[in-house]
Design a protein around this ligand. Structure first.
Ligand code: PLP
Length: 220
């Protein structure tokens, strides 16, 4: 399927209130531009360097979400490009974002990434540590916590992802009920090409889709 058709199909399919993030890793700036022409309004990037290249072509008529692993030495650049950072999972990285935002007079909306599969090598904060982390981040003036994000383990069968989405949704509800100052639990970012339908059933209002929009990635 061409990008034009796949973008139209997915946008048509998503229920009202669910936002599409086009997961653009390993795509050329031209492919990203094409998707934007066809109606994509949010681009998700895993790498700051790739984002810079795509940004040069696409510009700021779309929103840019950072969805990769953020290294401290990339935060300064990331703060310049991105409208939302979806993958905050430590106080250290939050403090760095806060510091860089303060320098440029910006408040960064962020999502806290939950390691819902509790896999050691994965990024994200463990479910039982999420509340404490969010309480600490909520004290930073140049960051606003706007929700949660999770990947979950990668499965062929989307049904196997459901428990991880349910778990993340439960944390989302618990934190929301706390009504913490400077925390607005608005966005729940869950679900990718193979799992977004299940994620939406479990309450996702942001889905991050790559393969189904752009085709298979070419692993080098
Ligand atoms: C690659 C990626 C996606 C999209 O994955 P697809 O299976 O290609 O849809 C979503 N979220 C994150 C964080 C990713 O790295």
């Amino acid at each position: 399927m061409k990008i034009k058709e796949s973008v139209a199909k997915i946008l048509d399919e998503l229920p009202e209130g669910v936002e599409l993030v086009a997961a653009a890793k390993e795509r050329t700036p031209e492919e990203v531009f094409k998707a934007v022409q066809e109606g994509v309004e949010i681009v998700g990037e895993n790498y700051v360097q790739e984002a810079e290249k795509a940004y040069e072509v696409v510009g700021n008529k779309v929103k840019w979400h950072f969805i990769g692993r953020l290294q401290k030495n990339k935060v300064k650049k990331a703060v310049r490009i991105f409208d939302v950072i979806e993958t905050v999972d430590s106080v250290e990285i939050a403090r760095e974002i806060d510091k860089r935002c303060q320098q440029s007079g910006k408040v960064m909306p962020i999502l806290v990434e939950i390691n819902s599969g509790e896999e050691e090598q994965k990024s994200g904060v463990l479910p039982e540590d999420a509340e404490q982390l969010i309480r600490e981040i909520s004290g930073l003036k140049n960051i606003k916590v706007m929700g949660l994000m999770t990947m979950g383990p990668r499965f062929g069968n989307p049904e196997n992802s459901r428990p991880y989405f349910i778990k993340t949704r439960e944390i989302f509800d618990i934190i929301r009920r706390l009504s913490l100052l400077n925390v607005e639990m608005k966005y729940l970012s869950m679900g990718m090409t193979n799992s977004y339908k299940v994620a939406i059933e479990e309450g996702a209002n942001i889905v991050r889709i790559g393969t189904k929009l752009f085709g298979e990635r070419n692993y080098k």
